[in-house]
Write a protein that binds this ligand. Structure first.
Ligand code: NCD
Length: 307
């Protein structure tokens, strides 16, 4: 049974075809309105979420399917000590496909090993978040026309920010890109991500703590929230949380067509005054996320022989 736990579970040509399907859904939504009729998506969210859970659910409704859902570990048998493996096996008997978010790295993989229906990782701890990456890729493609030759700045919490880990792994498979990693010393990209995605593939990158000095070079600036929930102590969080704040003033240093992205939720790292700038693309990412999740649900249900 095929699941999507990591973005590398999808080949580049599968990602391209998901983007093509998403574009077709945008152009002809009515053609897809019954595609998943009578099928059920289970959303199991053991960590807070607004966009990811609701966009999965909206995606399934727009495909004509149904949704059953657990939101928060307090209200499910996880609170009684049930394992992720048992939950996944149980839910497989009710649903045709599962989207799971969990605070522990590797939880989605465990769920996929026990489930008898496709499982989609909707975020596992500080590890990865492949469907956010699908949203990000479609956004870059729609805004920039493609990936070749782009200089991508990733800024903020590169250590715990799972969306960054997945995005970098996806983009480096397209080739022709350059990365600028902007973070405080304590929140640098983990060694394993740097090695697999950048060093082993000879992808050009630089690391800096100074956002302003690299702004003029960037085609994409991907801002991230400092991941409070992954810190061991609150003092470190408070010290680091406002290291980078993107303001209209700083935007003056950027290219006229630079895209500002952010997986959201934003805390302080992008001033609301930037929202009016035509280069702000973060709410477009939200919308693209729903279409890419529709495309992914369709692909996995077809492969599983359920539609
Ligand atoms: C992200 C996540 O959950 O990792 N949110 C999202 O799904 N769009 C980013 C974050 O929480 O900072």
């Amino acid at each position: 049974m095929r699941s999507v736990i990591d973005i590398t579970d999808l080949t580049v040509s599968e990602i391209d075809s998901l983007m093509a399907t998403a574009s077709d859904i945008i152009a002809r939504p009515d053609d897809y309105a019954e595609a998943c009729r009578r099928k059920k998506l289970a959303t199991l969210f053991f960590e807070p979420s607004t966009r990811t859970r609701l966009s999965f659910e909206a995606a399934m409704y727009e495909l004509g399917g149904h949704v059953i859902s657990v939101a928060g570990s307090d209200s499910s048998s996880a609170a009684k000590g049930e394992s992720v493996a048992d939950t996944a096996r149980t839910v497989s008997t009710y649903a045709d496909i599962i989207a799971i978010r969990h605070p522990k790295e590797g939880a989605a993989l465990v769920a996929a090993q026990k489930a008898t229906v496709p499982v989609i990782n909707a975020g596992d701890g500080g590890h990865c978040h492949p469907t956010q990456t699908l949203a990000d890729l479609l956004t870059i493609k729609r805004e920039k026309g493609g990936f070749d030759g782009l200089t991508v700045g990733l800024c903020g919490d590169l250590k715990f920010g799972r969306t960054v880990h997945s995005l970098i792994n996806a983009l480096t498979r397209y080739g022709g890109l350059r990365f600028v990693l902007i973070s405080p010393e304590e929140l640098k990209l983990p060694g394993y991500v740097k090695k697999e995605a950048l060093k082993n593939k000879g992808v050009p990158y630089e690391q800096t703590t100074d956002l302003a000095s690299v702004m003029p070079d960037l085609d994409i600036l991907y801002m991230t929230r400092v991941q409070r929930e992954r810190f061991f102590n609150e003092e470190d969080y408070l010290r680091l949380k406002d290291t980078y704040i993107l303001t209209p003033e700083k935007m003056k240093l950027a290219k006229k067509d630079m895209c500002v992205m952010h997986p959201l939720p934003r805390v302080n790292e992008i001033s609301v005054a930037v929202d009016e700038d035509p280069r702000a693309c973060y709410f477009k990412q939200v919308e693209n996320g729903k279409y890419m999740r529709m495309a992914l649900i369709l692909m996995l249900l077809k492969e599983a022989g359920r539609i």
